[in-house]
Design a protein around this ligand. Structure first.
Ligand code: FES
Length: 379
């Protein structure tokens, strides 16, 4: 009987045999082609998780391909998931060598199957007014995020924390719901750069959060993305920059901004951010610029004069005086309270529809391919 299989030409067999595993593209199709003990195998090249290129991963001695994005494993010949996850399978395809070429059967021998994976709780969070989210008329919520580092056993007076505490107390006194997250009390990993493999490898919820239940960045995500209407971030100035904890948090928030890039999805809607920036030396404006730029890309709005700051300047290396000034200064603490009031006023305007959130056009925003940027045509 004639062979009715449609075979796809995968390339020179001798050349393909030089690597144990590789991603082979044939038209729009992708296969993870392996060469083990003198035999070729092919499975679909797109991982069941979020489509990572399996052939760009690694092959272990037991014949499992590890996805390069987040480590899911599939057998190189059968496509079945690693032991315990066999029901999570990618399609497998027959192969043959003919005329010095490797051929892959177009139709799979076994189908793609998926085990049910309970979505991470963060995948289900909803914003104010959305079904399943906080009621539209719930009291406004003010989230303080302290990014200063601290030896909790030997605590010190932190000027940024002190002004943040004043702001939060003021919000509570106004009858608003308040929450304070101190990053120094959380255990969370630094961003591991899944985005640097591919924008789609940086997932929402964060890949680390989904893989590591002990990682406590989920509290920041839940607080900022779901809970808060107003986000107040307080940072010291360390060598002219925000604190290292701020940057660790900001890097982990890439997954929130990345949803704009890969899915045009606004996780942060109708939220207002304000900042407290203090330092013994200078560069308030540089730090504020970074914070404003980043929170703008997250989708936040800002009040008029969106930060309060204090710095003693370059010539005064006298931190004791710096602390004393902040402790004694009624103006700085009034400023922190006033920042809360401005943020609340702005978020009320947003929630009441006075600043209507129209769907923003993508042109000119981060990671939008321009329509004038098509490759030049030949001839
Ligand atoms: S493990 Fe393959 S895409 Fe995430």
């Amino acid at each position: 009987m004639a062979d009715s299989t449609e075979w796809l030409d995968a390339g020179d067999a001798g050349e393909l045999a030089t690597r144990p595993l590789q991603q082979v593209r044939i038209g729009r199709r992708q296969f993870a082609v392996s060469f083990v003990d003198g035999r070729f195998h092919a499975i679909d090249g797109r991982c069941n998780h979020v489509g990572g290129p399996l052939g760009d991963g690694t092959l272990d001695p037991a014949g499992y391909v590890t996805c390069p994005w987040h480590g899911w494993k599939f057998h190189c010949a059968t496509g079945r998931g690693e032991p315990g996850y066999e029901g999570d399978a990618v399609p497998s395809h027959a192969t043959k060598v003919d005329g010095g070429r490797l051929w892959i059967a177009s139709e799979p021998s076994t189908p793609r199957t998926r085990l049910p994976h309970e979505p991470h709780p963060l995948a289900k969070i909803r914003s104010r007014g959305e079904a399943g989210g906080p009621p539209a008329d719930a009291p406004l919520r003010v989230l303080g995020i302290s990014t200063t580092n601290m030896n909790e056993a030997l605590p010190r007076y932190s000027t940024s924390d002190a002004l943040l505490a004043t702001a939060i107390e003021h919000a509570a006194a106004r009858g608003l719901d308040t929450r304070l997250i101190r990053l120094s009390e959380l255990s969370f990993r630094a961003c591991e750069g899944y985005y640097s493999k591919s924008a789609r490898a940086c997932t929402w919820p964060c890949s680390i959060t989904q893989m590591d239940p002990a990682d406590q960045m989920d509290r920041v995500y839940e607080g900022m993305v779901a809970w808060a209407d107003v986000i107040l971030v307080a940072t010291p100035i360390r060598w002219g920059a925000a604190s290292s904890l701020y940057y660790r948090m900001a890097e982990r928030l890439n997954c929130v901004q990345n949803q704009e890039t890969i899915a045009n999805r606004h996780l942060m809607n109708r939220k207002v951010a304000g900042f407290v920036i203090t330092g013994g030396q200078d560069n308030v404006q540089g730090v504020a610029g970074q914070l404003l730029g980043f929170f703008a890309e997250l989708g936040c709005q800002f009040p008029q004069f969106p930060y309060v700051a204090h710095s003693r300047g370059w010539s005064a290396e006298d931190m004791e005086n710096n602390v004393r000034v902040v402790q004694r200064s009624a103006a700085l603490h009034d400023g922190a309270r006033s920042l809360v009031d401005r943020c609340v006023e702005t978020v009320r305007a947003l929630l009441d529809g006075h600043l209507r959130a129209t769907p923003p056009a993508r042109g000119g925003r981060k990671a939008h391919r321009l329509d004038g940027d098509e490759p030049a045509r030949e001839g």
